[in-house]
Design a protein around this ligand. Sequence first.
Ligand SMILES: O=C(O)CCC(=O)C(=O)O
Ligand SMILES: [Fe+2]
Length: 368
Amino acid sequence: MARLEAPAKQKTVPIIDLGLPEEEAATQIREACTGSGFFYVSNHGVSESLVDDTFEQQRELFHLPIAEKMAMLQNENNRGYTPFQEETLDPVHQTHGDTKEGFYFGREVAADSPESKKPLHGPNQWPNPQLMPRYREVTWQYYEALYGLGMRLLRLLALSLGLPAPYFAPMFDRPMVTLRPLHYSGEVSDPGAGVFGAGAHTDYGMLTILATDDTPGLQIWTGPDLTSGSAPNSSNGASGGGREGSSAGDEGTTVAAAGGRWCDVEPIPGTFIINLGDMLERWTNGRYRSTLHRVLNTTGRERYSIAFFFEPNFEAEVAVLPVCCGPDDPPRYPPTTAGQHLLDRYAATHAGYHGPVKQGHEKQQHLQ
Ligand SMILES: O=C(O)CCC(=O)C(=O)O
Ligand SMILES: [Fe+2]
């Protein structure tokens, strides 16, 4: 894929060159994290051929017969297949579930290991190797490459907060990493009628590294912070049940009555899209933003993306960082753990996820 320059309209979502010296990249990251909460990274070191190969494998995976996919249905460890409409990210505005299907893969944890007793940990459900001989190898290579990128981003995030570069690393030595290939159907979204590719939501965790194909659809809310329940569901926000117009209005943005805008985040070949989740917002006492975003199908084309959710160890304590609070700005969130935070969020949005039922962990309690 050819590398492109950023179009002028991408200013709210800057492209950060990871070839820059760390301090310089960290300064830009700080601006992005206190601004729109989204940025692209270029020069990230993940080879384009690996990205292309991985997308090809995901396309084949989604084209397996439905019986093969249903045999891998999402399990209690949050690994496996989620069918079309299984997930409703914005129940207030959606009349049916997201027009997408997906798979969850996580860090491979052997079934007989003590770690597999923890919620959200266990072996992956891989497709039948006779049907997809290269799937596991290619996807795992991609997973490892993105893990490396995630660790680099953690260094930059720490620096951007005035912390030592390795600050977060010890909390990511047994991370809860989730690779989530997604496939959006060709159904055109109709926000007025409650039909979305993915309903408006914020991501739950720390950091998301997103790769998309060349079909647009992702939009971010740039305006006053809103919960998904209060975000306008149409492009102009004033029409109520009116049909969505083109989402690619002037400057790639659509105006909403609530004083904000839905802004397109266009695919830029050779980059990843990075965004921050609720856990980092919590950790930074709201200084870094977990931004509301959604996916609209405006083209009638199918779309593929791969989200990589990079979350700390299950037991990692998520308490407001001392550098992000002070006498005039006390912590706004009580401490929690990374695992508990994620369990709470999954249970709220997945019809098919009923939480952990592992022995000793029946009650979604904090674990030590
Ligand atoms: O597919 C996309 O572009 C975004 C997906 C997303 O926001 C998510 O999976 O959390
Ligand atoms: Fe998301």
